[in-house]
Design a protein around this ligand. Sequence first.
Ligand SMILES: Cc1cc2nc3c(=O)[nH]c(=O)nc-3n(C[C@H](O)[C@H](O)[C@H](O)COP(=O)(O)OP(=O)(O)OC[C@H]3O[C@@H](n4cnc5c(N)ncnc54)[C@H](O)[C@@H]3O)c2cc1C
Length: 300
Amino acid sequence: MTIIEGLKNEFPLIKADVSLREYSTFRIGGNAKFLLKVSDKKELKRIIEKANNINLPFLVIGGGSNILFSSKGYDGIIIVYKQDKLINSIVNKNNIINVDANIPLSVLISETKLLSGLEWAVGIPGTLAGAINGNAGAFGESISDIIKSVNVLELKKGKLIEKKYNKDDCHFSYRNSVFKNNNNLIILSAEIQMNSGNKEEIEKRIRGNLNKRSLKQPKGFSVGSIFKNGNDFSAGLLIEKAGLKGMKIGDAKISEEHANFIINLGNASSDDVLNLIKIIKKEVKEKFSIDLEEEIKIFN
Ligand SMILES: Cc1cc2nc3c(=O)[nH]c(=O)nc-3n(C[C@H](O)[C@H](O)[C@H](O)COP(=O)(O)OP(=O)(O)OC[C@H]3O[C@@H](n4cnc5c(N)ncnc54)[C@H](O)[C@@H]3O)c2cc1C
């Protein structure tokens, strides 16, 4: 029996040789050897157990809005943990919500409009898990502000265990967490602390943030900001001052609207983007003596 036949017996929906372009908002990526979309925690655990047992490399993703896949593809299984409806969620009397982390932030916001805490996140694509992984944020707030705990599946020395990470265990910092550089920590669900608030005021803040975003956010295929800002610099401004706005390699272009965005004009390869990143880092270092650090996850 081939690997795919074996996998198909247990996971009928698994696919082989799947283009990753459709699974990243960058629309860049070669083929994944295997890909499985899972919508619940049980199925997620089952496939990770299986991949682990047969030594198949795996990567769990959500909305793919912060990822650059390699145009050479991925030699393992991509597991897409995403569910478009809020299924498992419990709100307790202290406004703490226990929710599966595969839910898109947009759905979470629309389902919790009677509560305050996520107004800043409107317009950020992707899932709650992706946001926790990279400590996503905007307008001076971030997901770590409202996380109480995260339920994690941890693969350690070949063994899978489920563990609760309290907020302190998550080591959140600016666009970073304990999860960001460890693909063996899989985020299953989270407890988030919302606050009671006035529905009209919450909706007004959401509309205001959406307006601000639509004024400055470039259109086109992207993965958001490529580089982290510093305490005393904006990466976009440095790139702009270095005269790099509009620079193009292949179909990858530094946005004219916001220099911290790279836009795929249609057929950019991962190398096109990586070469632009290399030039940006070199020029910014030479001109301003600042080392820019990538915010996005690069799987090359
Ligand atoms: C137009 C645009 C605007 C954006 N604006 C912002 C912004 O204002 N602020 C901001 O912070 N970001 C922004 N982003 C980036 C991105 O949307 C966020 O980082 C988002 O939270 C990523 O979520 P995702 O589900 O798409 O993650 P993915 O891209 O799927 O994954 C990101 C990382 O998380 C890991 N991951 C995903 N799911 C899990 C899981 N269940 N367990 C463990 N690891 C997991 C992946 O392996 C990967 O390493 C923007 C992106 C775009 C395209």
